[in-house]
Design a protein around this ligand. Structure first.
Ligand code: FAD
Length: 455
């Protein structure tokens, strides 16, 4: 068959949503029906919910980086790079490859699943001094950074420097921030035993959030249990509080307290990938406003899903949109593939409906709180549900085996607290990890697609 006549389906992003979509397209479409292309900067699908366990060293980075090329059945063409703009009119996606070449990729159908980036605010010093928890590189970097604070504090003769190196601030009391603070506190608590010259009482973790509660989705009782666990471990929780100013050696809270610290981890929410703004289409809080079938109204062959799209939550109703969770993203991925196939074959598209299954929060060790299907669990049963859920959601058997082996090894042998130093000399700002400044403006996209205007 002539390849030119085959419709071209372009999927942007190899996360929960993108990979589920691609795998389903590969299964359900015959090779003659369409060409499938995936744009992704990395050669893996990242299992983000287990990122705090990479930061704390319970899991190795590779164990949650699930290969995109595991099977010979995978026939999708993969472009190694990031989409930096989409021109809806001419149906072209502009891609910057990993070698910094700019290429125009034409499509007939586009599925936008580039996820989200860390949401920041206009707080002095924030983007220069905070670390995020959204990429594998950030998790590995933070682990090295935290261990290096112990190393440097141990070597220092200056009590002021020691104190600032041994205080750590996490902003954001959602599940990502809470798990990050809990897992990293366990890391420093265990590691300090290998530093006989350090006074363990100097190590202090702060978890702060502007909201009045941690993880409000858990409900009052379970939320209080999570707080109780963290407080018992010595994590200081400050609610109704945020950051007024961040510097290299101290952070000022909005309640006036100045905390000497070299570690500010910012997990105060996410915002849709900047790719969405390049479309110049309607958005809801930055997410692309799509119909419940996940297509963009008024545009032929444009779909969006996951963290980057405002997909109506029909199970909740009342104009709600689906929360940015992996639970929704991967189900939307399968569903959008069916809808792309339906539009390719001239069939009717179906709306996406999914009732939330609940939440699992792994606080490290045997500490956890979970609310599967509305049932409140604490301690070991909650931990078994949390780990069982994540383990079964990993896409390949190899990834499952790696994660299980890591968990067992960590439970039996603990951590060696090795600082790799791989990224020690690299810039460590949010935008360096998340490439948030790599995108074009809608005008630049048009110019790139149409070529320079004649003088
Ligand atoms: C620390 C943490 C813990 C979490 N815990 C949970 C949990 O317990 N349960 C839960 O349901 N959810 C959890 N989430 C949220 C969940 O991970 C996200 O909602 C989910 O990953 C969204 O899926 P997605 O496919 O939309 O985006 P992602 O999974 O983020 O995938 C987006 C992909 O697109 C790629 N990409 C980005 N920009 C571009 C571009 N311009 N061009 C091409 N590719 C691009 C990225 O590299 C990535 O591979 C957690 C998130 C974090 C950060």
């Amino acid at each position: 068959m002539n390849t030119v006549t085959r419709p071209r389906i372009l999927v942007v992003g190899a996360g929960f949503a993108g990979v589920e979509c691609v795998r389903r397209l590969e299964r359900k479409l015959s090779p003659d029906e369409a060409d499938v292309t995936l744009v992704t900067p990395f050669a893996y699908q990242l299992y983000l919910p287990l990122l705090p366990q990479v930061a704390s060293g319970v899991l190795t980075p590779q164990s949650i980086a699930v290969s995109l090329r595991r099977s010979k059945k995978y026939r999708t063409r993969i472009i190694p790079g990031g989409a930096i703009g989409v021109d809806l009119k001419s149906k072209v996606c502009v891609v910057r490859t990993i070698t910094d070449e700019i290429v125009n990729e034409p499509y007939d159908y586009i599925v936008l699943a580039p996820g989200s980036i860390t949401r920041t605010f206009d707080i002095p010093g924030l983007t220069d001094h905070a670390f995020g928890m959204k990429t594998l590189a950030e998790a590995a970097y933070i682990r090295d950074h935290v261990i290096s604070q112990l190393d440097l504090a141990d070597a220092s003769q200056d009590p002021v420097e020691r104190a600032s190196r041994l205080q750590f601030v996490v902003v954001g009391g959602g599940y990502a921030g809470t798990e990050t603070a809990a897992c990293l506190q366990r890391l420093t608590h265990a590691a300090v035993k290998r530093y006989p010259r350090l006074d363990p009482s100097l190590i202090k973790w702060h978890l702060i959030d502007i909201a009045p509660k941690l993880m409000p989705e858990l409900g009052d009782k379970l939320g209080s249990s999570a707080q109780e666990i963290l407080r018992r471990r010595g994590i200081e929780i400050s609610l109704g509080t945020s950051i007024a100013k961040a510097g290299p050696e101290e952070v000022t809270f909005t309640d006036g307290r100045v905390i000497p610290t070299r570690t500010l981890i910012w997990t105060a929410g996410v915002v849709a990938s900047p790719l969405i703004a390049t479309l110049g289409a309607e958005t809801v809080k930055g997410r692309l406003a799509v119909a419940s079938e996940m297509n963009l109204p008024g545009e032929d062959g444009v779909f969006a899903l996951g963290d980057s799209a405002a997909v109506p939550d029909l199970a909740k109703g009342d104009g709600a949109m689906c929360p940015p969770t992996a639970q929704h993203a991967l189900r939307q991925g399968r569903h959008v593939a069916d809808n792309v196939i339906a539009s390719l074959r001239g069939q009717v598209l179906k709306p996406y409906v999914h009732k939330d299954l609940g939440l699992v929060v792994d606080l490290g060790g045997t500490d956890a709180v979970s609310k599967p299907l509305g049932i409140e669990l604490r301690g070991l049963p909650a931990q078994a549900v949390a780990r069982g859920y994540h383990w079964s959601a990993l896409r390949t058997n190899v990834a499952k085996t790696r994660v299980m082996t890591n968990w067992l090894l960590n439970a039996v042998a603990g951590d060696d607290f090795v600082r790799t130093g791989f990224q020690a000399r690299k810039a460590a700002r949010l935008k360096d990890f998340e490439y948030s400044d790599a995108y074009l403006t809608p005008e630049q996209v048009r110019e790139q697609v149409e070529g320079p205007r004649p003088q």
